[in-house]
Design a protein. Structure first.
Ligand code: SAM
Length: 313
């Protein structure tokens, strides 16, 4: 089974049952502008839906794209370096983590610049991701990775066969992987393309603490630009599926006239991810799936059928 090899805040593995109902049964090209750990991309691969199709994968985070590229192009070197880190971690635990983070990863990353990701850097990034606190990605003001060590008894650090399988998929004909902002990716989508958008969620409250995946963060203006880009792509005939928070401005934007006219509909699904419910300071809340895809009604889960009937949709 092929699945994400990184932990990523906002990873969508738990939302897959709801998202799958929106996968179009046929499409030309798959475009994912906010790749993260790629839960949907790997799900599409795993279920054979991408066979023979082009897939364009984008994200603005340089470490993420650097790491994926090194796993794709220099797989065995990444595995060897990661194996070595796993052995060191076994002996020295958190001490090893801080040593790697502060004496090796941050200095090398700084001197190499964002676009030269060596196999050693990629292995360190995977190691820090698998053993750091909740797999978070966070940089301090100086641009250094500063996530503390996590508390794991026996973390699985190097799954060599899985990394080889990931590399095989990424090397596939027609798979493009680039560091790009979302506008570039969505502008490419035309009639027949399938676009899955999973932006950093708009915060539900002013005190919400969300992961900052990129130096600039994702601002309210970015959400407005994303809305426009998605509405335009839907109007050009692309199939759009987007997940986002149920913050009032997001709900208002995607139930508004322009979105409805381009065929987008909003479905509320219960958010199961702890990050949302805790940040909002109350019980579980909804998140949104915004889509113009034909729903696969026959396969609706009972829970979703109920919520759709209750909302009269
Ligand atoms: C919610 S995460 C995506 C999670 C992904 N669906 C998964 O399953 O792991 C959002 C992603 O958007 C990326 N991102 C943030 N700002 C961006 C921008 N302006 N353009 C493109 N990607 C951006 C982040 O680096 C992060 O990986």
């Amino acid at each position: 089974m092929i699945r994400p090899f990184l932990k990523w805040a906002g990873g969508k593995r738990q939302l897959l049952p709801a998202l799958r109902l929106h996968y179009p049964s046929s499409f030309d090209r798959y475009i994912e502008p906010f790749l993260g750990s790629g839960a949907v991309f790997f799900d599409l691969c795993d279920t054979g839906r991408l066979a023979g199709r082009r897939a364009e994968l984008y994200d603005l985070n340089p470490d993420l794209i650097g790491c994926y590229s090194a796993v794709r192009d220099r797989t065995e070197e990444v595995i060897a370096a990661l194996d070595d880190l796993a052995a060191q971690h076994q002996k020295r635990g958190a001490e090893c983590y801080y040593d790697v983070r502060d004496r090796r990863f941050n200095p090398v990353r700084k001197s190499n610049g964002p676009d030269r990701y060596t196999p050693e850097l990629a292995a360190m990034f995977i190691y820090l991701n698998r053993t750091g606190f909740n797999g978070l990605y966070r940089l301090n003001r100086d641009g250094e990775f500063n996530v503390p060590a996590g508390r794991y008894e026996n973390p699985r650090i190097c799954d060599a066969d899985h990394l080889r399988e990931i590399a095989r998929v990424l090397r596939g004909r027609g798979v493009i992987l680039e560091r790009r902002p979302f506008d570039y990716a969505i502008e490419r989508a035309g009639a027949g393309d399938f676009v899955y958008c999973d932006p950093p969620y708009a915060p539900l409250s002013t005190t919400s603490q969300f992961a900052h995946y990129t130096a600039g963060g994702f601002t309210p203006l970015d959400q407005v630009r994303l809305h426009q880009a998605v509405v335009d792509a839907a109007a050009r005939g692309a199939t759009i599926v987007m997940s986002n928070s149920s913050a009032p401005q997001i709900t208002a934007a995607y139930t508004g006239y322009a979105a409805r006219r381009s065929g987008l509909r909003v479905e509320r699904v219960p958010a199961r991810r702890a990050i949302n419910s805790r940040a909002a300071g109350r019980g579980p809340v909804d998140e949104l799936i915004i889509s113009n895809a034909k729903l696969r009604m026959a396969k609706l889960e009972p829970r979703l059928q109920l919520s759709r009937r209750a909302s009269g949709s």
